[in-house]
Ligand binder design. Structure first.
Ligand SMILES: Cc1ncc(C[n+]2csc(CCOP(=O)(O)OP(=O)(O)O)c2C)c(N)n1
Ligand SMILES: CC(=O)[C@@H](O)[C@H](O)COP(=O)(O)O
Ligand SMILES: [Mg+2]
Length: 636
């Protein structure tokens, strides 16, 4: 007998109330189908969401969102949550310009009480909500859902350490799918694996419902403590119990007959933090995802029937690939070179490096703070660590960059991928600030690659620099197609390059806006404004000699960068001021990312919105010389 579709009747979680257990199971199946279909059209994060379909439906069925606060860690798994919270109709706009965010976002829905995208924040945020509730005398529930990868990051422990010492009710659901983006690493992962593979868990699986049926806070009787430890020894919960959490689990996260009673009982618990250990499968319910190594963590558009993903035609290698191959080439000549990643071997290219040098590649888990100081320790003892962390995620380890690397002047090399705007991941992932936050540090050498050849040379430059820290940034995606010279040589530190000589306008570029600068120069030439284009290559030390020459020999100087205010342009202004060039009245303008956060779109459209494209450069020049394009066209 065909079942009446239920998802069409569910706009918000309140519509699930009153559903029978069988209807809830059917709804979960329909949500899974909906997510697969939507992501096949949009691309995006798939595996994580498929793994929490049942958990999402169960949470919304048992708890009363949005009064009960549901906080997703990272938020890449929130697509089922968005389907059930009034956003089903917009799912096919996800990660598109003007569309839904690919992560949870406060501004988007009252069902998203806290935004995410960077991992491991949910328990801290949850404790904030729980404390506010307690201070207000309210009684709503706070539920944080954090993955087994995300719980390896330091701030998750900071939060558990704090929460575990209070009696404030907070529910932490540990979504354990034995995956990060890559297979998980570290002792916590081993602990959780032991838990789930233990005979105790297997034996308890059938008893999950009764395990906490009406379970009050553990009576501190010997018998009860013995039972707790027994359970803990079987199920690994002891570690969490010792931190002050009432541990429940492991529970099969796809078995709604186990999950719902557990959550209903947890909901009745009266005081203190509870950790519910839920075991799920990333990619669950979609064979191409279940059978893939990365469980379809992040996908492009795909054929639902075959699972085959659409491939974009690349005319040039990605910057990531150029970095990986350059580092491998350098490491063949120098056995002191080691590579470090914080749970992103694939995205950073460290996976390729590790395939060639398995004993010299270290994946430390989602632990950027640790990654930086781990690298500092290696550098202090004679190694050449390349710490490959996306610009945005390096923000998580910034004090370690200052305190453990820069102050001690240790030769750590920072490979900052995803510099600038990154497109679909939006503002949380933009590499917008590293020029500012790295360039202000004494001892730091800071570079930006404008093409693949310069990236290869910057890797060589970083290898060669042993007398202090070096950082270099490069963009997400495809390089320019300029090619790479054989045996790329180190750059002369602090020296830029001039790509075209003019006499009226000078564009001083840092990073991959160089391409737009060259296009703008052609346009300006045609309009009678002879234009020089120079690539700074270094934001620190700045090529002050070249900059002063540009200021002395041109009417207008424009600086441009894929970074926030307070970066390359600011450094240029400092240098010109100190060299007395500003007294001389040179007309200088700095083109940076706007002092706002830019929502997701294609990178091209985002840079147009940021006014960092060729037409905007031309516009800026005309603004400075007080003419409009029409006048000048008359001159050309
Ligand atoms: C601070 C930070 N570092 C790295 C990332 C990149 N990242 C996104 S999801 C993910 C893996 C998360 O694993 P887990 O929490 O287990 O979630 P799952 O994908 O398995 O559901 C990583 C490393 C991030 N979002 N934030
Ligand atoms: C959710 C998350 O933070 C990662 O999956 C990130 O989206 C990867 O970014 P790239 O696609 O640029 O590697
Ligand atoms: Mg996981």
């Amino acid at each position: 007998m065909t079942k009446t579709p239920l998802l069409d009747t569910v706009n918000f979680p309140a519509d699930i109330k009153g559903f029978s257990r069988e209807q809830i199971k059917q709804l979960a199946d329909e949500v899974r189908t909906e997510v697969i279909d939507a992501v096949s059209v949009t691309g995006g994060h798939l595996g994580a969401g498929l793994g929490v379909v049942e958990l999402t439906v169960a949470i919304h069925a048992v708890f009363d969102t949005p009064d009960d606060k549901l906080i997703w860690d990272v938020g890449h798994q929130c697509y089922p949550h968005k389907v059930l919270t009034g956003r089903r109709e917009r799912m096919r706009t996800i990660r598109k310009g003007g569309g839904l965010s690919g992560f949870t976002k406060r501004a988007e829905s009252e069902y998203d009480p806290f935004g995410a995208a960077h991992s491991s924040t949910s328990i801290s945020a949850g404790m904030g909500f729980a404390t506010a509730r307690d201070l207000d005398g309210r009684h709503n529930h706070i539920i944080s859902v954090i993955g087994d990868g995300s719980i390896t990051a330091g701030m998750a422990y900071e939060a558990m350490n704090n929460a575990g010492a209070t009696d404030s009710r907070q529910i932490v659901i540990l979504n354990d799918n034995d995956m990060s983006i890559a297979p998980p690493v570290g002792a916590m992962s081993h602990l959780l694996s032991r838990t789930v593979s233990s005979g105790g868990y297997q034996a308890l699986r059938g008893a999950a419902k009764s395990m906490v049926k009406g379970a009050p806070r553990p009576i501190k009787s010997t018998a009860k403590k013995a039972e707790e430890y027994t359970r803990g020894m079987f199920t690994g919960g002891t570690w969490f119990e010792e931190l002050g959490f009432f541990y429940v689990g492991p529970v099969d996260g796809h078995d709604l007959d186990a999950l719902i009673p557990v959550l209903e009982n947890v909901k009745k618990m009266k005081d203190g933090p509870v950790l519910v250990h839920v075991v799920t499968q990333k990619g669950k319910g979609y064979a191409p995802a279940e059978n893939s190594a990365d469980k379809y963590h992040g996908v492009s558009k795909f054929n639902v029937v075959t699972g085959e993903q659409s491939k974009s035609v690349a005319n040039a290698p990605s910057y990531t690939k150029v970095f990986a191959e350059s580092l491998i080439s350098e490491a063949r000549k120098d056995d002191k070179i080691v590579g470090i990643t914080a749970a992103m071997p694939g995205g950073t290219g460290m996976k390729e490096f590790g395939q060639v040098f398995p004993e010299r590649m270290f994946d430390v888990g989602i632990a950027e703070q640790h990654a930086v100081t781990f690298a500092a320790g290696l550098a202090a003892d004679g190694y050449k660590p390349f710490c490959a962390i996306y610009s945005t995620f390096l923000q998580r380890g910034y004090d370690q960059v200052v305190h453990d690397v820069a102050i001690q002047n240790l030769p750590v090399r920072f490979a900052m991928d995803r510099a600038g705007l990154v497109g679909a991941d939006g503002p949380t992932h933009a590499g917008a600030f590293d020029i500012s936050f790295m360039g202000c540090l004494p001892n730091m050498v800071l570079m930006a690659a404008a093409d693949e050849n310069d990236l290869a040379r910057m890797v060589a430059t970083a290898v060669a620099r042993d007398d202090g820290p070096t950082a270099f940034r490069y963009a997400r995606g495809e390089a320019t197609g300029a090619g790479i010279e054989p045996n790329p040589q180190p750059l002369e530190i602090g020296k830029g390059r001039v790509l075209r000589e003019g006499s009226s306008i000078a564009i001083f570029s840092y990073g991959t806006r160089l391409g737009e600068a060259l296009i703008a120069a052609e346009k300006l030439d045609q309009l009678g404004l002879s234009t020089t284009v120079a690539d700074a290559r270094f934001a620190k030390p700045l090529d002050t000699e070249l900059l002063c020459r540009l200021a002395d020999e041109h009417e207008v100087v424009i600086t441009i960068e894929e970074g926030s205010v307070g970066g390359f342009g600011a450094f240029c202004l400092h240098a010109l001021a100190d060299a007395g060039r500003l007294d001389a009245g040179v007309k200088i303008r700095t083109m940076t990312l706007p002092d706002t956060f830019i929502d997701q779109d294609s990178p091209e459209l985002m840079y147009k919105q940021a006014k960092l494209d060729a037409d905007s450069i031309v516009e800026k020049v005309f603004e400075v010389i007080g003419r409009n394009v029409a006048d000048m066209q008359g001159l050309a």
